[in-house]
Design a protein around this ligand. Structure first.
Ligand SMILES: Cc1cc2nc3c(=O)[nH]c(=O)nc-3n(C[C@H](O)[C@H](O)[C@H](O)COP(=O)(O)OP(=O)(O)OC[C@H]3O[C@@H](n4cnc5c(N)ncnc54)[C@H](O)[C@@H]3O)c2cc1C
Length: 249
């Protein structure tokens, strides 16, 4: 296997649609490559046909678990040079891998509820965490509060409902830009009232906030209103979506 600096070459295996405008990409996993659920990797295109001001590399949280055969990432496919090139990868084409990086990891104390406050594509590191908890048969209280613009925007929605049915976690899905109704469905942004209504043990929960920067900032305010101690909050900002105007979930 070719090694460039500390980057490793991996090959593209396949891609799958996981929501409107969102694709999962699968790559081979180098021998001995290990990571923890919640960590992210950097992918660098090799001799891309086009490039832009942001360069040829981007970071993505892994949605696969360490036990999965392939490295899987899920990406909002918009119109950047990087994403056009990635979307055009053919089976067995190579790309460079660096990482894993990050300390956005589940807390050790399995008695304390993990509450995931997620904006849209921010679901990616949480997927790895809940998939891994199910795989490892770890019983721990987890609640996912997922905010998306539309129902169709929500990545991995049927798998998330399955996890809820299997009692891996509780699920509350709130949709901001279309009217929805149904069990476990809310309308509007995640608010302190919504959390108070749905969580009984706020003082002892550990909150994981992840999504585009505007969403993370908004959740900071919500958690401040609830007087959650900063010690009980972990954040992962998907910088790169900062240039968007307003909120994106
Ligand atoms: C720790 C970390 C983890 C991350 N994990 C992920 C992840 O798992 N998945 C993921 O997708 N990203 C993730 N990101 C973000 C990722 O690294 C990129 O920064 C992000 O995807 C933006 O990609 P891009 O620069 O190619 O531009 P994009 O913003 O995707 O595309 C730019 C182009 O899209 C168009 N555009 C801009 N705004 C809009 C809009 N509102 N609607 C439609 N089109 C628009 C414009 O033409 C613009 O030129 C993560 C970032 C960090 C820091």
């Amino acid at each position: 296997m070719m090694v460039v600096m500390d980057k490793q070459t991996i090959t593209f295996v396949k891609k799958e649609r996981v929501a409107d405008g969102t694709m999962a990409f699968f790559f081979t996993k180098p021998d001995g490559f290990t990571y923890k659920p919640g960590q992210y990797i950097e992918l660098t295109l090799i001799n891309p046909k086009e490039t832009d001001d942001e360069g040829d590399a981007r970071v993505f949280s892994l949605v696969s678990t360490p036990k999965h055969e392939y490295l899987e990432v899920a990406i909002r496919m918009r119109d950047s040079a990087f994403k056009r090139c990635l979307g055009n990868l053919k089976e067995s084409e190579e790309i460079l891998l660096d990482g894993p990086f990050g300390a956005f990891l589940l807390h050790q104390d399995t008695n304390k509820r993990a509450v995931f406050l997620v904006g849209g594509i921010g679901i990616t590191p949480i997927m790895s965490m809940v998939r891994s908890a199910e795989e490892e048969k770890i019983k721990r209280p987890m609640t996912l509060v997922l905010s998306t613009r539309t129902l169709g925007d929500a990545p991995f929605l049927s798998e998330l409902h399955e996890k809820k049915e299997n009692k891996i976690m509780d699920l509350l899905h709130t949709v901001t830009n279309e009217e929805v109704s149904g069990q476990d469905l809310e309308h509007g942004y995640i608010s302190s009232d919504m959390l108070k209504k749905n969580l009984t043990d706020i003082d002892t929960c550990i909150f994981y906030v992840v999504g585009p920067p505007a969403m993370v900032r908004a959740m900071n305010k919500v958690l401040e209103e609830l007087e959650v101690s900063p010690d009980n909050i972990k954040m992962e900002e998907f910088a790169g979506y900062e240039k968007e105007k307003g909120r994106t979930e």
